[in-house]
Write a protein that binds this ligand. Structure first.
Ligand code: TK8
Length: 336
């Protein structure tokens, strides 16, 4: 077939598909359970509320949305596995623990990859975000949109961390992710991969000294109760993926699938805004709780960045050379 004929054929196929969707396709009764590791007062709660309201309006109240918090339905990876087998509808999960399912997701874990929220939005909502989302259906997952976990900062119970030397020997919890493990080992810490739901107790009992997460999480998961110092390290930006079970998604009508997709974007915009406003408030609450907040000088930051450069080369093969090339190209374009 010539290119022209091919195009004509696909255009008419699209037309036929459009015509066969009834003008007002059926919206059935549905129940959507959403698994979350973080607590209900995290900005994700605002996003879920907005998404739920959007769904209620668009379905005339035919759908029930139930969100579960603080790992009540299991951790990120377990929940994602439940989606794949069609026993759970939705999870709002950090991309990082899901490298066990799709190694390319490790691209977001490269240290200091993203440098601003504007860059994150452009990358995730643009072609690159779509390229990654397109990898998920083969794992029986549908990525509806990217929300914000955010820039991660190190907290600990031992000492102010203001330079590369200060990381040395610290027992740090990292996500179950080899790139984070490599980064924190390279920084000289004693890094332990652990599911999010176990972090508070591990900090409380002193099994570990440190963890790293955005301020809103240090606040809403109450890590400030069991930590004394927090450094403004911003060493990585983690996206939340709003994932839906593909086996369940496939039973939804085209109209229902569209409602899901569009309402997740309504939720995304509210969630990101809340995340950015609450970040300041969370930092204030952390200070009010008595934690010492440490800034890292530009010279010391340069040394930290330099120390972890090798992580890029060491993880390129696992992530996939093409994925790394594409992210660099996308970021170069965004940066102008
Ligand atoms: C919550 C996690 C959490 C993540 C982590 O389920 O594990 O530290 O940053 O927010 O996804």
């Amino acid at each position: 077939m010539t290119l022209k004929a091919l195009l004509a054929a696909s255009v008419s196929a699209t037309l036929i598909a459009a015509l066969t969707v009834p003008a007002s396709a059926e919206v059935s009764q549905r129940t959507i359970r959403i698994a979350n590791g973080i607590a209900a007062d995290h900005p994700v709660g605002d996003g879920v509320d907005a998404m739920t309201q959007c769904i209620a309006e668009r379905t005339d109240g035919a759908w029930t949305v139930n969100a579960f918090w603080s790992s009540a339905l299991g951790d990120d990876l377990q929940s994602a596995q439940s989606l794949r087998s069609g026993t759970l509808e939705m999870v709002i999960s950090s991309s990082s623990p899901l490298v066990a399912i799709e190694p390319a997701l490790g691209v977001f874990d490269l240290p200091f990859l993203i440098s601003s929220e504007q860059e994150a939005d452009a990358l995730l909502d643009g072609e690159f975000g779509q390229y990654i989302a397109d990898m998920m259906p083969k794992h029986n997952l549908v990525n509806l949109s990217y929300w914000e976990n955010g820039f991660r900062n190190l907290s600990n119970s031992l000492r102010p961390v203001e330079s590369l030397e200060d990381f040395k020997g610290m027992r740090v919890r990292v996500m179950q992710n080899n790139i984070f493990l490599d980064t924190f080992q390279t920084l000289g810490t004693n890094a332990t991969p652990m599911a999010f739901g176990e972090v508070f107790t591990a900090l409380e009992t002193g099994a570990i000294d440190a963890q790293e997460n955005p301020y809103v999480t240090i606040d809403t998961s109450r890590f400030f109760e069991v930590q004394d110092y927090v450094s403004n390290t911003r060493h990585a930006y983690t996206p939340f993926m709003v994932l839906f079970s593909k086996p369940i998604f496939d039973t939804y009508s085209a109209e229902e699938q569209q409602i899901l997709q569009e309402c997740s974007v309504v939720g995304r915009d509210v969630q990101r805004k809340a995340s950015r406003t609450l970040s300041e408030q969370s930092l204030q609450r952390i200070k009010d709780a008595g934690l010492e907040v440490n800034d890292i000088s530009p010279e010391n930051m340069a040394k930290i960045r330099e120390a972890v450069q090798g992580v890029y080369e060491r993880s390129a093969a696992t992530i996939g050379a093409e994925v790394v090339e594409r992210v660099n190209a996308a970021l170069a374009e965004i940066r102008g």
